[in-house]
Design a protein around this ligand. Structure first.
Ligand SMILES: [Zn+2]
Length: 219
């Protein structure tokens, strides 16, 4: 904290890395419009030698799609291509964008984690937009591939969000973490895309079925 405080009003050092090099993480930075994959993330299950295309796309591919999508979430959308906090949209486009974002927030608000505990849609909007946008990017790539194994792709994606946590931690995350809970990053994201329903033959009445008109996707 002291070190950070000393940087206040000083000269900006663009060479500073604001994270530990071995962190298993990735991020988008609006101020320089960059995505950053920290080397610690480049191991299993995200990235490893001999991966199939499906595993690659379900792992590090989803991360890359997610981080790029952050440039166009409700926060990133407020910055221009040079990282300035500036409004670059047409009024009409921005209204349509915010309408879609609101539909997504409303949908997450309806999700129940356990009895009496709902997701706070406002909290998770930027990360949920990035997850759903990243999935759209990967599924668009998949369309152009011959005999793409969707089951392998979805399974690989589910592996990156396989977590075990206590209920207390989950509650703390619901309240404070901008990311949806890990199982929701898998389940709710895949529910928005027809490819998921086709792969597992999911029909109306099944637990993960979501009617087409209820599906949300900002991009
Ligand atoms: Zn994110």
């Amino acid at each position: 904290m002291k070190k950070n405080a000393e940087l206040t009003n000083g000269k900006v050092d663009k060479e500073i890395w604001g994270f530990d090099i071995l962190e298993a993480n990735a991020y988008y930075s609006a101020v320089d419009n960059s995505i950053n994959i920290i080397v610690g993330l480049l191991g299993e299950p995200f990235y490893y030698d001999g991966m199939s295309d499906e595993e690659l796309m379900g792992g590090i591919g989803m991360v890359i799609g997610h981080e790029i999508s952050h440039a166009f979430d409700t926060s990133g959308a407020q910055f221009d291509k040079d990282g300035n906090y500036a409004f670059w949209w047409t009024e009409e486009d921005y209204m349509a964008f915010m309408e879609r974002a609101q539909k997504l927030i409303d949908h997450y608000n309806t999700l129940t984690v356990w009895e009496g505990q709902n997701v706070l849609g406002d909290n998770v909007q930027t990360e949920a937009i990035a997850d759903i946008g990243g999935m759209k990017a990967m599924l668009t790539i998949a369309k152009g591939k011959d005999s793409f194994d969707y089951d392998k792709f979805f399974t690989s994606y589910a592996h990156i969000w396989a977590f075990i946590r206590t209920r207390e931690t989950e509650l703390q995350r619901i309240m404070q973490d901008p990311h949806p809970l890990p199982y929701m990053r898998t389940n709710v994201t895949v529910q928005q895309y027809q490819e998921f329903y086709d792969t597992y033959d999911i029909k109306e009445g099944d637990g993960m079925y979501l009617a087409p008109e209820e599906r949300v996707s900002v991009w």
